[in-house]
Design a protein. Sequence first.
Length: 341
Amino acid sequence: MRRSPIDLWVMVVYVLLLGASVALVVLGRNVAEAGGSSALLASGIVCFIFIAAMIPLTFVLMRSRSDRAAMGETLSKQVELLTQIHEHTLLSDSAKHIAYRRDERAMLARAIEEDIANEDWQAASVLVDEMRERFGYREEAEEFLARIDRSRADGFNRRITEALDHFQMVLDSRDWSAAYAEAARIARLFPESHRTRGLDQRVRKAWESHKKSLEREFLEAAGAGHVEQAMQLLRDLDIFLTPDEAAPLQEVARGVINKARANIGLQFKLAVQDHDWITAVRIGETIIDEFPNTRMAEEVRERIDVLRARASQAVIMTPGVEALSALSGVARSSSDDEAAT
């Protein structure tokens, strides 16, 4: 702690008084030893004790005065700070605007950047207008507007691309109803984009292309004598062809159906002749399902119960896991037939 000049002088005086009292004690002792009076010695001792006792009290008073001085200095600084705050509050809005213009502009620019990153185009445009009108930074505002337009266009194109990719995935799955619904949804979301026009025509073209492909494959399979493949393709074609479109294929289809019916009839007869009752039941149920209105199906219906009974007996006599599997198949066939009845 820095000492004031007064404190230093007080310390010097106390040192001198202590020295004088010590000298008085020494002089009094010499006089008493010489046979003189001891009053001088007693006076020196009393003076020394008194001065020594006063030193701590004096230091306490000096410390208190220093503390009060330090407190006064602190209060003075606080008063000065409060005066500055008061002067700051008295500034006009225009003065504050000028004083903090650079900081506010930087904060505004950061807010615009965040809105662009978050694709909040409306909020970013409002802040750009404020930058141009309030701060007068027209050139920088125009640059931000150009960035907003580019970012908006990129986001718009990205969303269209994602929607079209999903549409193509649905179209490739040949779920025609879902494809038409997706085309309509995209057209509603992006009505102004040329990329989203004609999606329903794309679905129609894919439909027609797939139909023609099925027709071609059916004719090739029928011509090559692949009856089972031709029958499956004929089933697939059923949902595509109108009566007028199916007319040119009727002769070929009739031939395929007759061959398929003949083949499956032959398989049924061979299974019965071989006493393969389980296979006979399976083929017989196929005949009933696929050729329900034929004479062959009617004959199978008349014999199916007997065949099922024999198949059940054959299963009971067949050991091992294969018997259990076959028994389950016969049980399911019986249950399905009862439910249909």
